[in-house]
Design a protein around this ligand. Sequence first.
Ligand code: PTT
Ligand code: SF4
Length: 610
Amino acid sequence: MKGWTGQLLRINLTTKNATPEAYSKDFALQFVGGRGFAAKILWDEVPRGTDPLSPGNKFIAAAGPLSGLSMPNVGKTVVAAKSPLTGMYGDGNLGTHFGSQLRRSGFDLVVIEGKAEDPCYVLIEDSDVSILDADYLWGIGAFEAEQKLEDRHGKNIGTLMIGQGGENLVKYAVVRSMMGRAGGRPGMGTVMGSKNLKALVAKGSRTPEIADVSAFRQLGRDGFKDIREKPGYDHWMTQGTMLIHAWCQEYSVLPSYNFKEGQFEHADALNGDTMESMKEKTRGCPSCTMQCGHCIKDSEGKSAELDYENVALLGSNIGLRDLREVATLNRLADEYGLDTISLGNTIGFAMEASEKGILKEKLDWGDYQATRDLIQEIAFRKGPLGSMLAEGTHQVAKKLGKGTMDFAMQIKGLEVSGYDCHAAPGMALAFGVCSIGAHHKESWIITYEVDVGRETYDESKVDKIIELQRIRGGMFEQLVSCRFPWIEVGFDLEWYPKYFTAATGLKWKLDDFWSLADRVYSLVRAYAVREYNGEWDRTMDHPPARWFEHPLSCGPLTGATLDQDGYEKMLSWYYQKRGWDDRGIPKKKRLAEQGLDWVIPELEKVTTLE
Ligand code: PTT
Ligand code: SF4
């Protein structure tokens, strides 16, 4: 098998055993890498009802068949586990040398099981695996921990680590790497923390074997050149994801005041131009010519990286108007390893609950110092408020009651990313049916929707959502390659089957990747249905009540809300096109067509299938 190493590394932290395992060719062909590998293993090996924070959960870091090869933007790794935030399959995709160093050690993925008795970290050096004492790392932030690991194991290592948020089991703790990369929104860092696992380090010396070395080398060179010559490339390099900020304000989708509004009166102070005027450097993932991490000096004089999502959720969504202060909050989230999107949502929710007198603590919109303190309280679970907010908005709203669920901006437990949908039914549906909760990563339909007409509830929008899910939530997550070359500068999708063929020798077309994506979508959905244990229905795919019931009160779209009937109509189309029943559960026939008949007996233990 060329392209893949054909090996996974299984590490049990309870027994301290590390075992290399050959995986089958069928596993490689059916699931390819990244999300596909992780979903299949979690389905097979983490039994229904497993507590996500128990030793029975598994933490997986998975590369793909292109990881570590000389081509654009493959310096990423998928981290996955059963999520403590949603109770379903969860994952994220972050920039790191870890995946390529793991492959250079001879493995495509690592599966961590059990729980260490004391804080530890794992060092993988080719086939040598050590479980080491993490006493000197536990309790410190992700930046410092990374520095210490580099001091000890050298500069060119691949690392995945957690901050104090993961250690203290904040439910939305992420995995960190490279002094600025973060991934695994649905609590993948929390799962590491629950295993007393501070970090994973890999350094390898082998070169992954591929089918056609010279063709790959040429394609790699051509790909980098093509990206740099794209007409949008120079523009992208000025602000990266922050380019979208001004657009979001213009079209009333910029989350403001816990998604009450889609415009912010101080948006100019937070937008990409402001960021650009303060920019001190750029950084990003390995093997990337599009470095999108733009850093400014924060309000405490330290360097902090800004992305659109971070600025939207820790800026306008909590009523904060100073970009350097936003940058400080962003840096703290990075240091503690907390997901900025869930954090900004949770704080915005708490501010609104405080405004309404439901929370007794006083927490005003835009109060920087109170927010700064609160982030620390959340990371360390200090005090009743910090500890409560560490659970995420869904759990907090359940606890508080009094109608707070209506403005808890989450779907299936995962907080909504930075696009207000009062007047964007397509984007609302994209959040609603995203396989891991309300994330924009799978189907970012918002710019398309604004172009074609945001007031319509059309079947064509549903088709677009599925098309984007196949590309973004599918091919890029299985190949573990950054989607930005394609979506941001127009790098043609046809490059990817070419890279895949040169690596593996398999002559796949884009359609083969779409079938793969559909298979993994059905599997991840089946996983969710299984874990809901018979309680699953279509309301799980509903966005927060706020977008239906509380109209925008400012800007050109004042009065806008979503229409419930229109939404249901689109949701039904989505289910029909996916081959799922009207509860959103995959039908037997579709599962069988997708080669997933083996999930049927397990699903039938919790529900009836059509
Ligand atoms: C992603 C989510 C995003 S999506 C952002 S900003 W974005 C937030 N970034 C955080 C951060 O930073 N620090 C922190 N403590 N928490 C953060 N939470 C948020 O996490 C990221 C880029 C970005 S920047 C995006 S869109 C793209 N995402 C990709 C993806 O999901 N798949 C893929 N194949 N390619 C992608 N390319 C882009 O990568 P999650 P990164 Mg991230 C500081 O993983 O869990 O999906 O969360 O990986 O290396 O930081 O790159 O406007
Ligand atoms: Fe990483 Fe950004 Fe480059 Fe993608 S474009 S690989 S997220 S630095």
